[in-house]
Design a protein around this ligand. Structure first.
Ligand SMILES: [Fe+2]
Ligand SMILES: [Fe+2]
Length: 282
């Protein structure tokens, strides 16, 4: 696979202070570094695990009401995988972000998960892939587990993500006898366990309604996929008819990047991490 995993999830934030309190003080992620632009605050990088970040952008605009209704096309939710969901849940509860009755639930695969919201209302799933016995006393993050999108045309989406980008289609879950959610592997799990240290893109069927999706729209802003060789990947994508939105360039952070978009217009950054970049050193 040319794509080696999800490098970061980027969201536009309405209130940076609140977002950092939630993701860092409560959830326990680490504020790693900031990337200013023209001397002004621009992006805060929050580290989840090695080479896994959430990019929080200042200046999000609240131009849409519901953030993740099942028929709204585009970014839906994101998920991080942890080794001790209960400990994390208790810390988030103590900080006042969730009510007493929000508790981990057992997943179909035998792990546990919990759905909550960040202060801007963005859906945030936390998953513990393995039962307690494996990981007693630890609550560190395994990394970004998956990012979910609601898709308007699944064959087109699969053509883009699988045939063009090279992600692997895993399976499609059904609900009420109809296809509901198609899982793609962005990174294979080292032990074959679903949701362990592998990473997935979740594509939900049934997107019908468009919604504002500008560079400033709050919530999900772009997905960044790590890639071993961005210049080569870009030429390959071009040959396959993919429109390149921003050609290969070296960013302020020294990483090689290029930008494309999926058939629904969701922005995708391809990033080749430079060993001296702040991401690699964080
Ligand atoms: Fe999920
Ligand atoms: Fe990014």
């Amino acid at each position: 696979m040319k794509i080696t995993g999800i490098a970061h999830n980027a969201i536009n934030v309405l209130d940076m202070e609140k977002a950092l309190d939630f993701y860092c003080s409560a959830a326990g992620m680490i504020k790693a570094f900031e990337l200013p632009r023209n001397g002004a605050p621009y992006i805060v990088y929050v580290k989840i695990a090695k080479n896994n970040f959430i990019e929080l952008f200042y200046g999000g605009e609240k131009d849409r009401d519901e953030n993740y209704a099942p028929d709204l096309i585009g970014y839906h939710h994101w998920c991080v995988n942890v080794t001790n969901l209960q400990a994390l849940r208790d810390r988030i509860f103590e900080k006042g972000y969730i009510k007493e009755d929000i508790r981990p639930k057992i997943t179909e695969a035998g792990g546990k998960n919990m759905w909550i919201h960040d202060p801007d209302g963005n859906a945030f799933e936390i998953l513990q892939p393995l039962p307690d016995s494996e990981y007693k006393g630890r609550d560190e993050f395994l990394g970004i587990g998956h990012i979910g999108y609601v898709v308007s045309d699944m064959p087109k989406a699969l053509d883009f993500y699988c045939d063009k980008l090279g992600l692997k289609e895993i399976r499609t879950a059904e609900r009420d006898g109809k296809p509901w959610l198609t899982y793609l592997a962005a990174k294979e799990s080292s032990n074959g366990l679903e949701g362990f240290d592998g990473q997935e893109i979740e594509l939900f069927w049934g997107g019908k309604r468009a919604r504002p999706n500008t560079w400033q729209s709050y919530g999900g802003m772009h997905l960044c996929l790590a890639c071993e060789d961005v210049p080569n990947m870009v030429e390959d994508l071009r040959r396959r008819g993919v429109t390149i939105d921003i050609e290969t360039k070296v960013g302020d952070d020294k990483n090689i990047q290029a930008w494309v978009h999926d058939p629904d217009g969701n922005r995708i950054e391809l990033m080749q991490i430079h060993p001296d970049s702040p991401q690699a050193r964080a």
